[in-house]
Design a binder for this molecule. Sequence first.
Ligand SMILES: Nc1ncnc2c1ncn2[C@@H]1O[C@H](COP(=O)(O)OP(=O)(O)O)[C@@H](O)[C@H]1O
Ligand SMILES: O=P(O)(O)OC[C@H](O)CO
Length: 508
Amino acid sequence: MSHSTGPFIAAIDQGTTSSRCIVFDRDGRIVAVDQKEHEQIFPKPGWVEHDATEIWTNVQEVVAGAIAKAEITAADVKAVGITNQRETTVLWDKNTGLPVHNALVWQDTRTDALCKELGRNVGQDRFRRETGLPLASYFAGPKARWLLDNVEGLRERAEAGDILFGTMDSWVIWNLTGGAQGGVHVTDVTNASRTMLMNLHTLEWDPKIAESMEVPTDILPEIKSSAEVYGHVKEGVLAGVPVASALGDQQAALFGQTCFAEGEAKSTYGTGTFMLMNTGDKVINSYSGLLTTVGYKIGDQKPVYALEGSIAVTGSLVQWMRDQMGMIKTAAEIETLALSVEDNGGAYFVPAFSGLFAPYWRSDARGVIAGLTRYVTKAHIARAVLEATAWQTREITDAMTKDSGVELAALKVDGGMTSNNLLMQTLSDFVDAPVVRPMVAETTCLGAAYAAGLAVGFWPDTDALRANWRRAAEWTPRMPAEQRDREYKNWLKAVERSMGWIDDEDAS
Ligand SMILES: Nc1ncnc2c1ncn2[C@@H]1O[C@H](COP(=O)(O)OP(=O)(O)O)[C@@H](O)[C@H]1O
Ligand SMILES: O=P(O)(O)OC[C@H](O)CO
C-alpha cells in the first residue's frame, strides 16, 4: 500500500501492445499499476489484428490488479478515465456483445487499395478539408468499410440495427457500463477525430463523408467531450464509479504533459511516435504532411485543436529486432548493443513497415536498410534502428515549424523508449533542441486521470494540474551542425529508396 491517502482517480490505458490501469493520488503521483500484454495477430504481410474479447478480459484483470495493489475499494475512487490506442476498429453485435471479427489495428494496411479508390472517386482534398486527415489506411473509417464489405452478411446486420462500431474507447466504455445490458455507446471528440468520419469544424459525424465511405451513421457512437460523466461502471471492483473521461492516447499524453498553452508540444515514444502541438482554438491546415486533430475538449468548454506528426514504427522496430530477428533479448539491450560501436557504420534503416506516415503519407513505401557494406555489424544496425526514431522525429519538427511558424524551444518527451539514454541524446542532437522528460513518464494515463478528475471536481482547473509537472531529466545537443546536416541528407536519401515498392497490383 502506498502512503498516499485517498481519494484517488483510476485511469485505464488500452494501448497497442498492452492494457494497463494506474491509480493516481491528488498530486498526480502513481499509487499502483497493473499491466497485461495482448496478442499481436499478423494474418498476412501488412495486416495487424487484435482480439477485442481478449483486450476486454485484460482490461478487467488490470483494473482488478491495480485496485488490489493499491489496497483500496471502489469507494476510494472518485472517477475512472479511459485512454486508448487510436483508430483501431472493432464492430460488434449489440445483442450478444461479441465482436464480429478481430479488431483492425491502426498499423494495418489492408485498406490501401480502398483509400486509393476513394481518392480517385471522391478526391483527397474533400476528406482533408472536412476531417483534417489525408486518405490513408491508418484511420478508422476505411477499416469499418472493409469489415462491412468483407465479413459475410455484416452490412445487412448493420442495416437491421444489430451492429455497433467503436474505437477502443467505445468498446471499453460500452463493456464497463454494462455491455449488452444497457452499456452506453459513446466516443469522445479526440477519438472521433481519427475516424475520418467526423467533421473537424462541427465536431459531429459528417453524413456526406460517411456516405462516400459507405459507413452507415446509425452504427456510430454518440460524440461527447473528453471530460464528462458518460455513465457508471456496472460490475467488478469499480462498480458504481463514474466513467468520466476518454481521450486518444496521444491527446491524453498532451494533456498529461500539461501542454495547455498554444505552441506547447510533446512527443510520445511507444510502439509508434506521435508529436502533438497545441494550436488553441485554431484549426490549422497543414501544408507539410501533418494531421489536424482535436487536442481535447473539457465539458462545455471550447475545443482545443492540435497539429500532429504521426510516425508508425519506432518502438515496434525494437520489438521486431527482438522478436523477429532475435538480435537482442530485451528492448533495453538495444542500447548496450548500439553503444558497442561509435556510429552506424554507414547504415540507415527506414522502417516503413506500414508505409510511411507523416510527413509523407506514402502507403507504397516498405522498409529498407540502405548503405550496407561488409563492414556493417548487428551493432551498427542497432544504432541505425535508434537513429531511425530520431530522424523521423526531426522530419516532424521541421514540418511543425513550417506549419505553425513556432521554432522548437524544447521537446517534452514520454513513453517506453525514453528510458533509452542513447536515444534521448541522439534525439537532442538530431532535432538540435533540448529534450526534457517529466517525473511521471506515464503521461498517457495521467492525462486521462486529469480529465476524469476535472469532470468530477477532484481537481479545480488546469492550473492545479500544471503545478504537478516536474522535470526528471534533460539532454542537450552535442553534435556539430555540419555532421548533423551530412547525416540528415543520407537519411533523406534512404527514405527516397523506401518509396514506390508496392504497386497497384500488390495493393489490391
Ligand atoms: N530501453 C528501450 N530502448 C528502446 N526501446 C524501448 C526500450 N524500452 C522499451 N522500448 C520500446 O518501447 C515500446 C513500449 O513503450 P510503451 O510506451 O509501453 O508503448 P505502447 O504504449 O505503445 O504500448 C516497445 O515498442 C519497446 O520496444
Ligand atoms: O498504443 P500506442 O501508444 O502505440 O499509440 C498508438 C496511437 O494511438 C496510434 O494512433
